[in-house]
Design a protein around this ligand. Structure first.
Ligand SMILES: [Zn+2]
Length: 230
């Protein structure tokens, strides 16, 4: 009773609103109301080997499993969430959804052997303007639930791909080779690494990350994104 009253009193000063519909949240809800949360389309790809996401990466890079938490569609509630996560400073919603996703992930034996979690890094220039890496916040949530370390320093983005938008497709393809680099002291040998990004669209960023990671002896790479454009 007291807790509930406390929640309501607090709500007068710091209203807790759903990130999609802007309605007041109940005391047990975080970031999203239950009806908005339930409306988000889960892929359950972690339970389906050879899923659509894996098919997109076949023949391009070596990996163990790939999964996305949700299907992404333009104009959907999820788009609003991803926009807040990326451009409105709402890092915490990334961490929250990372935690939710990880409770699903651990139901699949394929994701139980993860040794460390690597967010796709931003180029230092972009990190400076945004102030945070949204994928790192998703990865942080996953790390809490699966109880394996977050590694934000071994993989580095050495090319700022924003400057590539005017180049043609061929140039861009060639350029994916030199986008990421591993720290020379990286200790990923024989590890099962979970690479984490916010959205998979064409998959080219993820591909170039995996190209770099595949150079490590004995490494196993799996991929998680919050959403996949299908
Ligand atoms: Zn809502």
């Amino acid at each position: 009773m007291f807790q509930r009253m406390h929640h309501h009193l607090l709500g007068l000063f710091y209203p807790n609103l759903c990130g999609v519909c802007n309605e007041n949240l109940e005391s047990e809800e975080e970031h999203l109301c239950s009806s908005c949360l339930c409306s988000l389309p889960k892929t359950n790809f972690h339970l389906s080997p050879n899923n659509l996401m894996e098919q997109r990466l076949w023949g391009k890079v070596n990996f163990h499993r790939a999964t996305a938490f949700f299907h992404f569609q333009k104009g959907s509630p999820l788009q609003k969430i991803l926009y807040s996560l990326k451009y409105k400073g709402d890092k915490e919603i990334g961490e929250y959804l990372g935690k939710l996703a990880a409770t699903d992930l651990i139901q699949s034996a394929d994701f139980q052997s993860i040794d460390c979690i690597l967010p796709v890094p931003l180029h230092p220039n972009r990190l400076k303007t945004r102030g945070y890496n949204q994928s790192e916040w998703i990865a942080k949530g996953i790390s809490t639930i699966i109880n394996q370390p977050l590694d934000c320093s071994n993989l580095k983005r050495i090319t700022d791909t924003r400057s590539q938008t005017r180049k043609n497709v061929y140039d861009r393809y060639v350029n994916t080779e030199g986008i990421f680099e591993l720290d020379s002291n990286s200790n990923l040998k024989n590890k099962h690494v979970l690479l984490v990004d916010d959205v998979m669209t064409t998959g080219s960023t993820i591909e170039s990350c995996i190209h770099t990671l595949n150079r490590v002896e004995g490494i196993t790479v799996s991929i998680f994104t919050l959403a996949i454009a299908t």
